[in-house]
Design a protein around this ligand. Structure first.
Ligand code: ATP
Length: 514
């Protein structure tokens, strides 16, 4: 675990050093849980968004996009339930004065028990080798049974307390499980209180005439309130989806995990409208499609898993998360929810206008059911960095190299063009190559320092290919193409470069892997 924490620290430092992510307002000592993306970060982020957008709107003929405003009529948030129920249960430790989410403290406690069971199982598997029977072990080993029984009891109480919601019961679970504050080590807890996560501000210039508006806590509602606009103007037939990418804002209570939990972040959401009764098969369909999208990035299939929700929101009839193995454990990157007809029905009720669909085949009106896929751009960004960060010993030169093995199509810089030396016309020839690709790939020209150091700089930002211009280039118009991951080098003639590189670098190469 300490090793993992170390990696996480290194990752944060790496993001800063190479222009991926900076703390916001750093000159003024930062602003809690708000971050800025730097010159490399913004490219990676834009590439992630393009990958998602095209996977939705190019690969699915019945999914279209919109871009709705951040400010919306405040009644929308009443209708959606956010004004009354978008709360997190918070608890303070009286000694450290640190604030925590009560549900997260309990979830972490449960995760620790799961870890213990996994460790016992792993040890036994090693001891018994081929004869190991996992099911038998889990059901008969006394230590594991004890852990499991504890887990079951706590879990059952927890799910019920969250469902009710029962704040005293949540506190009681924390006390019963003897959960201590990680900072002070004490169990001196306050009561649990509900805290609404929405930011609000005033719209309008006069005191009397101003309207309290919210910064949207999710992009989804912008899609629901445009359902009829898009359906009618696009002559869309059910099933169809509406996709949107945009900023969302939540006044998170605990925000200590870098860009994993921010107060201003970006979401990529898609609401897929289906016939009532057909939602479960579409839910399963989107689960699989979305998992394939993640796996296509090539970080390793074992780094992903589904986590079905124990506590369903009152409007949902199924929900699962896609979790990624972050340096601090498996964590949610995307949620897939079957939201029934809740949102559209609520908007019909609160607006007083009919929000329904006429199905020509069924020859009747109904309120469509909705499957939502909701992924955070920033969490996807973090998963990519965590999954692609490698430190490797470099034998010939001694020392280590740090590489970001990003999917080539998503890398901020696709090609580095490096003249071996500045003189003898090599620099000019290198500039010609940069210009040759200026409409196709983001190229970086670099002539400073030894070639080895320049390779290292490109490895550290994940550039998939370095093109080296040497004296032979002037003789036969060929260059050396060096691959980031295995450092192999190939001699390729300049006219053949585009055909060589394009299939490896294009967004199409990634989209076809889904
Ligand atoms: P969590 O339980 O971690 O708070 P959530 O279940 O509230 O997340 P959703 O409301 O389902 O999250 O939001 C959909 C997606 O938006 C999440 O899967 C995540 O990727 C992203 N997201 C939500 N909150 C944040 C945040 N504070 N910072 C960054 N990304 C976020």
């Amino acid at each position: 675990m300490a090793q993992q924490e170390d990696i996480f620290k290194k990752l944060i430092a790496h993001c800063k050093e190479y222009g991926f992510v900076f703390p916001s307002s750093e000159l003024y000592d930062g602003l809690g849980a708000v971050y800025d993306y730097g010159q490399q970060g913004v490219e990676l982020k834009n590439n992630i968004k393009r990958y998602w957008w095209e996977s939705m709107t190019l690969l699915h003929k019945n999914v279209v996009g919109i871009d709705s405003a951040i400010f919306m009529h405040p009644t929308i948030w009443k209708a959606s339930g956010h004004v009354d129920a978008f709360n997190d249960p918070l608890i303070d430790n009286k000694d450290s004065k640190k604030r925590y989410r009560a549900d997260v403290l309990i979830e972490e406690y449960l995760a620790k028990i799961e870890e213990k069971i996994a460790k016992e199982t792993e040890k036994a598997a090693q001891r018994f080798g081929d004869t190991f029977d996992k099911v038998q072990f889990l059901t008969t080993n006394s230590r594991v049974k004890e852990h499991q029984a504890k887990w079951n009891t706590v879990h059952e109480h927890f799910v019920q307390a969250m469902k009710d919601p029962n704040l005293e019961e949540l506190r009681q679970i924390i006390l019963d499980c003897e959960i201590a504050c990680p900072i002070s080590g004490s169990r001196n807890w306050t009561d649990v209180r509900q805290f609404n996560l929405m930011f609000s501000t005033e719209m309008g210039s006069t005191v009397d005439g101003s309207l309290k508006v919210y910064l949207r806590p999710e992009t989804a509602q912008g899609i629901f309130v445009n359902f009829l606009n898009v359906q009618k103007t696009g002559r869309m037939k059910i099933p169809f989806g509406i996709a949107q990418i945009g900023k969302a804002f939540r006044n998170e209570i605990v925000a200590r995990q870098f860009i994993f939990r921010m107060r201003e972040f970006e979401q990529m959401e898609m609401q897929f409208f289906v016939r009532p009764g057909e939602e479960m098969s579409w839910f399963n369909y989107w689960k699989e499609v979305r998992l394939r999208w993640h796996k296509a990035m090539g970080l390793g299939d074992a780094k992903y898993r589904f986590h079905d929700h124990d506590k369903l929101a009152h409007y949902a009839n199924a929900a699962t998360d896609i979790e990624f193995a972050m340096p601090f454990g498996f964590k949610e990157v995307e949620g897939i929810h079957s939201r029934t007809d809740f949102d559209l029905s609520q908007h019909e009720k609160f607006s007083g206008k009919k929000v329904q669909y006429f199905d020509p085949e069924w020859n009747k009106n109904y309120t469509p059911y909705v499957i939502e896929t909701s992924i955070g751009v920033d969490r996807c960004f973090l998963s990519l960095l965590a999954g692609s960060y490698h430190e490797e010993a470099v034998s010939e030169e001694g020392g280590t190299r740090v590489i970001l093995k990003l999917p080539p199509a998503l890398a901020p810089v696709k090609l580095a063009v490096l003249p071996l030396v500045k003189k003898d016309g090599l620099a000019e020839k290198a500039q010609e190559v940069v210009e040759l690709f200026q409409f196709d790939f983001r190229c970086q020209y670099d002539e400073k320092d030894t070639i080895g150091k320049r390779y290292r700089r490109q490895d550290a930002i994940g550039t998939p290919f370095c093109i080296t211009i040497d004296h032979e280039t002037l003789l036969n118009n060929s260059v050396t193409v060096r691959s980031r991951d295995d450092m192999s080098q190939e001699r390729i003639s300049i006219p053949a470069l585009y055909d060589y590189l394009s299939p490896k670098l294009s967004m199409k190469s990634l989209l076809t892997r889904i």
